[in-house]
Design a protein around this ligand. Structure first.
Ligand code: HEM
Length: 369
């Protein structure tokens, strides 16, 4: 299919689904799935038709292992982040106040979420090198479009520096006697099997950083963008509807373990099967006006069977609860204290591994003014 100048990957996928049905081959070896029932079956992997993994633990050399360490990291990260969110909830209004009177999004949302969770990620008193390096990762790799501002060489050198700093920190953490993990660096260092290279742990820590500062930040960005361009609504409905319409994690890849049929398509071990939450969430058989932002639809539970923003089955997101909770709290704080003015040069999402909102300016006017 030839793409016109206004086409983007999401429009292309919607058109392919319309023309070819709910399971289609996009390019050689790449099979897209948009049927909600089939999507959940693939992610649940009850019959073992796919290799067992999630995108979260994908590292340069393959998959971070063993599974027991993955599960332990997911569990302890969830506990630690939830505790941090509860213990530090009273700091959020001051962070929100810094957004007034004008802020630039989605970067402002990523920076706010990162600032809130920084102690849970790297500790209360990180060394200057650690703090500066992780701050720079957010600026140079987490923010939407940030990577494109640097040359390949600059990115390569920066990656080397990040790996060195994180590996040294993780080695020091592993050498300390085991205690309750104080931050996500500890979580990753403690859960790792003996002999796991620090470089692998650094990559898993970076996945956590991207999930917190990137994914929660983008979810906040979408929620503010959508509510700011429409009508105020209940914050939990706004966040859920933002997750439906523009799922930050919009595709999850799986590798078939043996040849089998997926609807009318044959999936082979050399193929990649892509479960596309973006398409699942716009399935007209499950959602009325699927392309419209209608937070009120969440007043009832209708449509939930076609809603997988955090994946599904054994690899579903362990941070889903805390991510949703924090986004709802922030949306509630912003919309109850201020009238929102959103202006965006373009309404097009920023599409990469994560689905980020368009760049927009946010003007906040106190409701009491
Ligand atoms: C809006 C925020 C977030 C979104 C949209 C999101 C989305 C997802 C999705 C779709 C998956 C499944 C991937 C797959 O099946 O291939 C996943 C897995 C995972 N997420 Fe999140 N995530 C978010 C925040 C977080 C946070 C804050 C954490 C905490 C560090 C986290 C930790 C994990 C872990 C550990 C897994 C892998 C689970 C496993 O394989 O057992 N996520 N996430």
């Amino acid at each position: 299919m030839a793409l016109g100048p206004d086409s983007d990957p999401l429009t292309e996928l919607s058109e392919l689904r319309r023309d070819r049905g709910s399971v289609f081959t996009k390019s050689r070896g790449e099979i897209y799935v948009s049927d909600p029932v089939l999507a959940k079956e693939i992610l649940a992997n009850g019959e073992g038709l796919f290799r067992e993994h999630s995108d979260f633990f994908r590292i340069r050399t393959g998959m971070f292992a063993p599974r027991s360490a993955q599960v332990e990291i997911g569990r302890t990260a969830r506990v630690l982040l939830r505790r941090h969110a509860v213990d530090h909830a009273d700091e959020l209004p001051a962070l929100v106040a810094k957004l007034a009177p004008r802020s630039e999004w989605p970067d402002a949302g990523n920076r706010l979420v990162y600032e809130h969770f920084r102690p849970a990620l790297i500790g209360d008193a990180p060394s200057a090198a650690l703090r500066e390096t992780v701050d720079q990762v957010v600026e140079r790799a987490v923010l939407a479009g940030a990577r494109d501002r640097w040359s390949w060489l600059a990115r390569h050198r920066f990656r080397g520096r990040v790996t060195r700093v994180l590996c040294a920190e993780l080695a020091a953490r592993r050498a300390r006697p085991a205690a309750e993990p104080a931050d996500l660096l500890d979580v990753v260092a403690r859960a790792a099997a003996e002999g796991t290279p620090e470089a692998d742990l650094a990559e898993v820590f970076l996945s956590c950083l991207f999930a917190v500062a990137g994914s929660i930040g983008f979810l906040l960005g979408w929620s503010i963008y959508l509510v700011g361009t429409t009508e105020p609504a209940h914050s939990s409905w706004v966040v859920r509807e933002a997750l439906r319409l523009w799922p930050v994690a919009w595709q999850f890849g799986r590798t078939p373990s043996r040849e089998h049929r997926l609807a009318a398509v044959t999936a082979k071990p050399t193929d990649e099967v892509v479960v596309c939450s973006y398409l699942v969430h716009r399935d007209p058989a499950h959602w009325s006006e699927p392309d419209e932002f209608r937070p009120g639809r969440w007043a009832t539970g209708a449509g939930q069977e076609a809603f997988i923003p955090f994946g599904w089955g054994p690899h579903a997101c362990t941070g889903a609860g805390v991510a949703t909770q924090v986004a709802e709290t922030l949306v509630g704080l912003i919309t109850s204290a201020y009238r929102l003015g959103v202006t965006a040069p373009s309404a097009r999402p920023q599409v990469s591994a994560a689905l980020a909102p368009p760049r927009f300016h946010l003007r906040l006017e106190p409701v009491s003014a």
